[in-house]
Design a protein around this ligand. Structure first.
Ligand code: IPE
Ligand code: IPE
Ligand code: MG
Length: 245
């Protein structure tokens, strides 16, 4: 707990989003198949989630599978589907006990096996009234697709309600994202050393503070989360303004 001592718990980011990257390289480095890296990432995820719950973080979003990850070899995609299904089965009771509300962000399309969708629905339903933290799992998620889906809904609403005169504003889009009630991420973490967004939360991350670490996801833990938050707390978020005179 000593690591907690210099965290200012009154100035936590409200929403932390994480690109959990580097599983494959972690495994390759050890002479293991890439899938072993995904398996080892489970412990990292739950240590991070517990660490977030311990400090009272309200919103945590993790990138588990992108709309581009379908391009991977079928065997890895199949593994990831089964892995995520198992992960929900293994962990949801515990998350529920700890007061986490589990939600998903992404497209429900024919490529996601029905058995996975079922576990997602059970997890969502079981935890929907929890209020301590919202854990959003971005699965079959792509930021561009999310924005396209929002624009489609704007057009549909305009046709249906004959609101052709409604002014288009950023709010027209943000109110039609997958979870309009989700605050924008304040801090966006990416593990694994790459310094890119890879289509994660494109709209919402407009003013997120970015934090990159070379640590591969399976080696990440709550102390790394606290390290990122400590760094975040040193930053000056101006949102385009100038310093107070
Ligand atoms: C992140 O780790 C997990 C997913 C994208 C599902 P990677 O599998 O991308 O690992 P690297 O980046 O190849 O090491
Ligand atoms: C981003 O990681 C997606 C997830 C962590 C789920 P990738 O490994 O897919 O991203 P790129 O291919 O390096 O940009
Ligand atoms: Mg990667």
């Amino acid at each position: 707990m000593s690591y907690l001592s210099d965290l200012d718990l009154h100035r936590l980011p409200r929403h932390v989003a994480i690109v959990m990257d580097g599983n494959g390289r972690w495994a390759t480095q050890r002479g293991l198949p890439r899938t072993e890296g995904h398996a080892a990432g489970e412990e990292a995820l739950f240590d991070t989630v517990e660490g977030a719950l311990d400090i009272g973080l309200e919103w945590l979003t993790v990138f588990a599978f992108s709309t581009e990850n379908w391009r991977r070899p079928p065997s890895e995609v199949r593994y990831l589907m089964g892995f995520n299904r198992g992960l929900l089965r293994r962990r949801r009771d515990d998350l529920h006990r700890r007061g986490a509300r589990i939600r998903f962000a992404g497209r429900v399309d024919w490529r996601v096996p029905r058995s996975v969708l079922r576990e997602m629905e059970i997890s969502r339903e079981m935890t929907k009234s929890n209020t301590k933290m919202t854990l959003t799992i971005a699965f079959n998620y792509g930021g561009r697709t999310e924005i396209v889906d929002a624009v489609k809904r704007v057009l549909e609403d305009h046709d249906r309600r004959r609101l052709k005169g409604e002014r288009m504003t950023p709010e027209s889009i943000s109110s039609r994202l997958y979870h309009p009630d989700m605050p924008d991420p304040d801090l966006l973490i990416r593990t694994g050393g790459e310094m890119r967004i890879s289509n994660f939360l494109l709209w919402q991350a407009a003013y997120a503070e970015l934090w990159f670490t070379p640590v591969y996801w399976p080696d990440f833990n709550r102390e790394n989360l606290y390290e990122a938050i400590r760094d975040y707390q040193k930053r000056d978020r101006r949102f385009g303004r100038v310093e107070d005179q």
